[in-house]
Design a protein around this ligand. Structure first.
Ligand SMILES: [Zn+2]
Length: 359
């Protein structure tokens, strides 16, 4: 096995660093797909295997709660247990898909810090048993709070994470739009400075966090969550370059020292995606587009087989509909939708055929 290849499966610690570096050096980024159940996790792994790409799987706090079951009474417990369950599922199955999978959690704002801390309790227990953490990375999005609080909390949590070989994703600047109730109101007309990450803030983050452990930065360069009318989103990838250049020149680092994350990738122009990847983006989050890709074929299936969703046996001609209302039929249609959509994403991000997994 060469130093640039990894065993298939969930990668953490040094393996995660290798994956991130391989993407940056190789000039590609990995899709990071939000999942809500085993159907979406399996579809994402199937998509990655088909594309010959490594992949990032992530859970929002509400995705975690849904994973545990929307009917679970204790909502906080559900967020924690569902996320743990999803990670365990990936640890068990990912290696059998023959690709590398990084497990992340998505936005955690101030109110969700206890969720992250509870996941770290679980991660530490897992580490003790297996010598690796449950998740490769967690995200803290304290961009709505003052920068001193944001960075202070990131440093505090990263101290703890570094001990179990985990990476932290932080957010500087505000990603527009809203995702699972997290995010800011997006003023379509405005050209707000707060929507753009300031290179000075990124430099401060680097100086504080780099000595503690591995971290990545979700920087805002006009990106928004969700999909909006064309023309309303002005992506400015040069903002990413400015941050990289400032850190590089101040600390005499190598090229593109920061590991950058592109949030709100759904519906973005392909040329801007390509440009952002060139400035050190190794991860692009995709949620909205894969949600639609899952639901659209299910909608078509239901529409085409309408009577099977009303009757077990047709009251007029006695046709049995079991093979149509069997949930595997339409859930599979949704999975195939995700698999197909992610082929396009891997193509756009340049990760197709670049998996570094070697059995
Ligand atoms: Zn996001």
């Amino acid at each position: 096995m060469s130093e640039h290849s990894l065993k298939p499966g969930v990668v953490t610690g040094e393996g995660y660093k290798t994956l991130v570096d391989a993407a940056k050096k190789g000039g590609y980024a990995l899709p990071a797909v939000n999942v809500v159940g085993t159907n979406s996790i399996n579809a994402v792994m199937e998509a990655a295997a088909k594309a010959g790409s490594d992949i990032i799987i992530q859970l929002s706090n509400s995705g975690g709660a849904f994973f545990a079951g929307a009917g679970m009474e204790d909502g906080f417990k559900a967020k924690v247990l569902g996320s743990v369950s999803a990670a365990q599922h990936a640890h068990l199955l990912a290696e059998h898909y023959g690709i590398c999978v990084a497990m992340h959690t998505d936005h955690a704002n101030k109110a969700l810090i206890p969720w992250i801390e509870a996941l770290l309790d679980e991660g530490e227990k897992y580490y003790e048993k297996h010598g690796k953490p449950l998740f490769s990375s967690h995200m803290l999005d304290l961009s709505a709070d003052p920068i001193d609080f944001n960075l202070g909390e990131c440093a505090r949590i990263l101290e703890r994470m570094a001990k179990i070989d985990m990476s932290l994703e932080i957010e500087l600047g505000v990603t527009g739009g809203e995702e699972d109730g997290i995010g800011s109101e997006f003023d379509e007309a405005a050209d707000n400075a707060h929507l753009y990450t300031q290179p000075d803030d990124v430099l401060r983050a680097y100086e504080l966090l780099n000595p503690i452990g591995h971290f990545s930065v979700a920087a805002s360069f006009g990106n928004v969550h969700g999909v909006y009318k064309p023309g309303n989103v002005k992506l400015r990838p040069e903002i990413l370059k400015n941050s990289q250049d400032l850190v590089e020149s101040t600390h005499n680092t190598g090229h593109n020292p920061l590991h950058l994350v592109f949030h709100g990738g759904s519906g973005s122009e392909k040329a801007k995606i390509h440009e952002a990847v060139g400035y050190g983006v190794f991860k692009m989050n995709i949620d909205t587009d894969t949600q639609f890709a899952f639901s659209n074929p299910i909608g078509e299936f239901v529409h085409e087989n309408e009577r099977a969703f009303k009757y077990q046996v047709d009251p007029e001609d006695g046709t049995p509909y079991k093979k149509f209302y069997d949930p595997r039929k339409y859930l599979r249609a949704g999975e195939v939708g995700i698999v197909d959509r992610l082929q396009e994403a891997c193509e756009d991000l340049g990760s197709k055929g670049k998996s570094i997994a070697r059995a």
